[in-house]
Design a protein. Structure first.
Length: 256
């Protein structure tokens, strides 16, 4: 659920409360105190509701290339469904939304707002023959290599640079190199990617664990255990999140 409508109503009630307060100051004879009190309570209730919705929904940037077979599309749809079932909002450039700006700008904007990143890499290009390190003593010839879209590498690098929790889901048939290798904080998931693979208990368990870690820290950060209305600042929340992820042995990812 999007928290923007709640925020808009909260702002509208705040403006209404301010207007009533000014009117009361100009004419103290008006009995506006009960109205202002009701608006204040309503604003506080909406703020709590917004925190609850925000903490329960995880924004996940899903790095996935354009599908070109029915099997790939079924696989990606099953993954999106699994994330939504876990209370996540998957967002992919060119898939979940279409905008006029260049893709790289969209990637940067979406990933800055994301709570976590999942990179899904499946075959996009087949190279029937290549020469590795040509002209050198270690020159070698390779055949029939499968590579994913280059956007997987780019987006994984951006996620790592921003310090976002990063989960790699790699097809076993592609070349695992550079950022697409089992070297990140979370173990890479490798298999024959299909809808059945996503439904499997092994993959579902890994996905639930990944989502659960990020959600638990965010929920705690937006609770009354951390936030004291009127006293806690955004810097306080940022410092808390940094410390919690360090305690969990994860990279720092929160940037207010």
């Amino acid at each position: 659920m999007d928290t923007k409508p709640i925020l808009y109503v909260e702002l509208a009630l705040g403006l209404a409360a301010l207007a009533f307060a000014v009117a009361w100051q100009l004419d103290p004879a008006q009995n506006l105190e009960p109205t202002i009190a009701v608006l204040t309570v309503a604003i506080a209730g909406l703020e709590l509701a917004r925190r609850f919705v925000r903490s329960s929904q995880l924004r996940v940037f899903l790095s996935v290339g354009t599908t070109y077979t029915p099997e790939q599309e079924a696989y990606v749809r099953e993954l999106e469904f699994s994330l939504e079932r876990l209370g996540c909002k998957p967002e992919t450039v060119g898939r979940s939304r279409q905008r006029a700006t260049q893709p790289m700008h969209q990637v940067r904007s979406l990933m800055r707002r994301a709570d976590a990143v999942i990179v899904v890499a499946f075959p996009r290009t087949r190279i029937t023959q290549l020469i590795d390190k040509p002209g050198s003593p270690s020159e070698s010839r390779k055949r029939n290599l499968l590579y994913p879209t280059v956007w997987n590498q780019i987006e994984a690098g951006i996620a790592f640079g921003l310090g976002r929790p990063l989960l790699l889901v790699l097809d076993e048939s592609i070349e695992h190199e550079a950022m697409l290798k089992d070297r990140q904080r979370f173990r890479a998931v490798v298999g024959s990617l299909s809808a059945e693979f996503v439904r499997g208990s092994s993959f579902q368990g890994c996905l639930e664990d990944f989502v659960g870690i990020a959600r638990s820290v965010i929920a705690e950060a937006f609770s009354n255990r951390v936030i004291t209305p009127g006293a806690t600042t955004t810097d306080d929340v940022a410092a808390y999140l940094r410390q919690r992820f360090e305690d969990l042995g994860l990279d720092i990812w929160f940037h207010p």
